[in-house]
Design a protein around this ligand. Structure first.
Ligand SMILES: *Cc1c(COP(=O)(O)O)cnc(C)c1O
Length: 399
């Protein structure tokens, strides 16, 4: 441990740290963070403070910012998420959590008496934001796949028909990458005649890969869908610094807008000073990946690898499954010999690995080879990898 004032060889210290980070890459397969990025061309920008102070759409008093790029990337995501051209707004936040907090704060300004409904498989950012905002929150049961139990939602909503509903739909849960059916949620609301409602789509990991697919999604900002969507930038896109993006309708944001005084930019965002490097990284990454078409093939490669991982695990007799179109592969938790070496995420006897960009077939092969000696039987048939879980031990999966 180095303490302030101690003499250290800075070069040695930094290269040891880099060595550890590089080594860890070989066995780090449990977290949703793309690792295949290279932003070294942007290194000269580290010599500048880039601060997108205040509202992204109004330049403000501080000159060194990337708000032009921020508007461009938000607009691209707004297109992906079917936001109306004449009613869209968004910003690059410090992470998915800030984006959720922003969305729920907006929901509160529309419905101050609202109740937040969120699934037990939701990310901790949801109950945390409700708590910060002083909004009452009810937890809805998840099914075995991690998707919201719509019967339980109907029951909970039915108890509070006199209060507006603020519903958080998971578009890819943290543990199983389950996707809620916003169309179904809307039908439940309609059947109970709850007309005052707000839906936020928490699409931290899976939002971009699902939105670039051909299949139309019910959770986008198109009429009849969600009111806001958020994604994390360091997940599917990949970045050396965490960030998130929230996209919504301008007409909703106008309700929370305040004057920004000395910044000369309205105070619409949660953070005041905001990282100008984050939009620069995102804009640069989208150029390199190739915008919509590039993102689609990027997602397809991840799904093919996830499919491969399920097949390899099933072939050695290790129970494994994945939700449709998910990068996340659920498996019975391996013994400590394996989990000490490989970074997985584990909860309730179930672990997962996530085939993010940067995870290769070699990772999967080495992992399965390490695991094979612990498998009970090599004779099991290959599981059907496209359907919902068939493996008893896979349910219930909660976070
Ligand atoms: C990661 C994640 C979040 C939180 O995002 P951060 O960028 O880590 O703050 C919220 N929801 C889901 C589903 C996530 O996977």
């Amino acid at each position: 441990m180095v303490h302030g004032g101690d003499r250290v060889d800075l070069t040695d210290e930094l290269s040891a740290r880099l060595r550890r980070l590089t080594q860890h890459r070989a066995t780090n397969i449990g977290f949703p963070a793309a690792a295949d990025f290279d932003y070294s061309e942007l290194a000269p920008f580290l010599a500048f403070l880039l601060n997108n102070l205040g509202d992204p759409y109004i330049a403000g008093a501080w000159p060194a910012h990337t708000k032009d790029l921020e508007i461009e990337v938000v607009d691209f995501l707004a297109d992906l998420f079917d936001a109306p051209h004449d009613d869209r707004w968004g910003y690059v936040a410090s992470g998915g959590t800030e984006a959720v907090l922003f969305a729920l704060r907006m929901a509160r300004s529309v419905y101050p008496r609202g109740i937040v409904y969120f699934c037990e498989s939701a990310h901790i950012a949801i109950p945390k934001s409700a708590d910060i905002l002083g909004l009452p929150a009810l937890t809805i049961r998840a099914t075995g796949s991690g998707e919201m139990d719509y019967d339980d939602l109907r029951y909970a909503l039915g108890q509070h028909r006199d209060q507006p509903a603020i519903i958080v739909a998971n578009i890819g849960t943290t543990m199983t990458e389950a996707v809620d059916d916003v169309g179904h949620i809307k039908r439940v609301l309609r059947s109970l005649a709850i007309h005052e409602h707000y839906i936020h789509a928490d699409a931290a990991l899976a939002g971009i890969p699902l939105a670039v697919d051909e299949e139309p999604a019910a959770w986008t900002l198109a009429p009849g869908g969600a009111n806001s969507v958020c994604v994390s930038g360091h997940k599917f896109i990949g970045s050396p610094i965490p960030y998130g993006v929230v996209v919504t309708r301008r007409s909703l944001v106008e309700r929370t807008r305040r004057g920004g005084a000395y910044t000369a930019s309205p105070d619409t965002t949660i953070s005041g000073s905001r990282a100008g490097h984050a939009p620069l990284f995102l804009w640069y990454a989208l150029h390199h990946i190739g915008w919509r078409d590039g993102l689609r093939s990027r997602a397809e490669r991840c799904r093919e690898l996830a499919n491969y991982a399920v097949r390899r695990l099933s072939d050695i007799g290790w129970e494994a499954w994945r939700n449709p179109r998910a990068f996340t592969v659920m498996l019975r938790t391996p013994p400590a010999e394996i989990t000490n070496k490989w970074t997985l995420a584990t909860h309730d006897g179930i672990s997962h690995l996530i085939c993010m960009p940067g995870i290769t077939q070699d990772h999967i092969d080495r992992f399965v080879d390490d695991l094979a000696p612990f498998a009970k039987s090599r004779e099991r048939p290959t599981a059907d990898v496209t359907s919902v879980p068939r493996v008893r031990s896979a349910a219930p999966a909660r976070v």
